[in-house]
Design a protein around this ligand. Structure first.
Ligand code: CTP
Length: 402
């Protein structure tokens, strides 16, 4: 993981709600990711989670009152607001949402919020009927208009026994949305289609042909593009990874299913990045019963799968098309040949087989080849880092294309 939050100064506001205990976990995650976090508790929050917990986890004094307890005359809410890179309120009660939407400043947190000019994230959490109340929804709309990022609550069983929307999302998810909020939006509203993972080609109902692709590289690219403001569709073969937040998933199994999903979505796409490890062949006649081990030898007849990328290259109009080449040798010549044959704007070559590069690893060593003949070799990097550098290059090339 890239340490996006390293040295970032974050202020965490906590309101009085049953989910306040999750704020302590959120604080722990932010600190672990390198952020320096200051906490403001409302009067009611103190009833759910004490200042000592937050002080111990943040290693910083906690603000619980408008009036400076240090007595040194500094106006804390202005000081903290000026230095913060972002402010996050989790959980946010209906009362706090109402106050912020209307510019009311009658306690430490609401007064502080009026002074904040950095990005603001708010995580409503309350009983479902309260959350769905028109006044609350209206206030949330106002906050969105005021450029707050509103993290929608999860649905599920709430502490009050009701099942519905209102639960504070997992702290990891809230931290992820904070990371997104802090990213430059240089892919704003661009439509990006990414394919990832392996395809599975059935032999019978219990067996298949596939490959070792973990999907990590493609998921890293989808996540990075979403952080940077793109509308992302991730066409994914079977992986054990969880869907990146904010990304539209199209789950597929076979190469034919992947081809259909990509063709359906390519028309409107601005950028297509084809990372998936597509099985080149599929059993000619998969059967719908389990094959028994009756004979000593078994021959499988295979048919060639459609080359999805080549077909996209044939059909493409203005889309910027990126392929991946997994090679065990002759990386330069094999990658360039694929770029040419499949009509790509760019191809990412990587040598598979080593421990720091390839399918299962969290790192990758890749070389970018561009269709103007240039190339760029990167050192061994985290797949997340490779993803962001790849997007940097795509943005440069798209801009140069006009
Ligand atoms: N690809 C595809 N459809 C296929 C095979 C590959 O869309 N049936 C795409 C991959 O997603 C990747 C690129 O083509 O972006 C190169 O894939 P790779 O497996 O490296 O090469 P192949 O074209 O399959 O050629 P070979 O297996 O002979 O190296």
């Amino acid at each position: 993981m890239i340490a996006f939050l390293k040295d970032k100064k974050i202020v965490l506001g906590v309101c009085g709600g049953i989910a306040a205990y999750k704020s302590a976990e959120l604080l722990r995650i932010l600190v672990k990711q390198g952020a320096s976090v200051k906490v403001i508790l409302t009067e009611n929050a103190k009833a759910f989670a004490g200042p000592l917990t937050f002080e111990a986890l943040s290693g910083q004094p906690v603000c619980t009152s408008l009036f400076d307890e240090r007595g040194d005359g500094s106006i804390r809410h202005i000081e903290w607001a000026e230095e913060a890179h972002a402010v996050i309120i989790a959980p946010a009660t209906a009362n706090m949402i109402g106050k912020l939407a209307n510019g009311i400043a009658d306690d430490a947190l609401s007064t502080f919020m009026l002074a904040v000019t950095s990005p603001k994230i708010i995580c409503p959490s309350m009983n479902t009927s309260m959350y769905e109340n028109r006044a609350v929804q209206r206030n949330l709309d106002i906050l969105e208009g005021d450029e707050y990022m509103v993290v929608e609550p999860d649905s599920g069983e709430l502490a009050c026994g009701v099942t519905g929307a209102g639960r504070l999302p997992a702290p990891e998810y809230i931290a992820d949305r904070l990371v997104k909020r802090l990213q430059p939006k240089d892919l704003n509203r661009k439509r990006v289609v990414v394919t990832a993972g392996p395809t599975l080609e059935p032999i019978d109902p219990v067996r298949f042909i596939s490959n070792h692709s973990s999907g990590k590289m493609g998921y890293a690219i989808a996540r990075a593009a979403e952080y940077r403001g793109a509308d992302v569709i991730l066409v994914s073969g079977s992986t054990s990874l969880s869907a990146p937040a904010g990304v539209l998933m199209a789950s597929v199994k076979t190469a034919d299913e992947m081809a259909n999903a990509v063709f359906e979505n390519m028309e409107n796409a601005d950028i297509i990045i084809k990372v998936a490890a597509v099985a080149d062949y599929k059993p000619s006649e998969p059967v719908d019963y389990k094959i028994k081990k009756t004979s000593d030898n078994l021959e499988l007849q295979l048919d060639k799968n459609i080359d999805i990328l080549k077909e996209i290259g044939r059909r493409k109009k203005d889309q910027f098309l990126v392929g991946f080449a997994a090679e065990t040798h002759d990386l330069d010549s094999n990658s360039r040949k694929k770029m040419e044959e499949k009509n790509l704007d760019m191809i990412v070559g990587n040598l598979v087989g080593g421990s720091s590069s390839g399918f299962e690893a969290d790192t990758n060593k890749v070389t970018f080849y561009f269709n103007d003949g240039k190339k760029e070799s990167l050192p061994v990097l985290e797949k997340d880092e490779v993803a962001h550098i790849l997007l940097d290059r795509i943005i440069e090339k798209v801009a140069a294309k006009g």
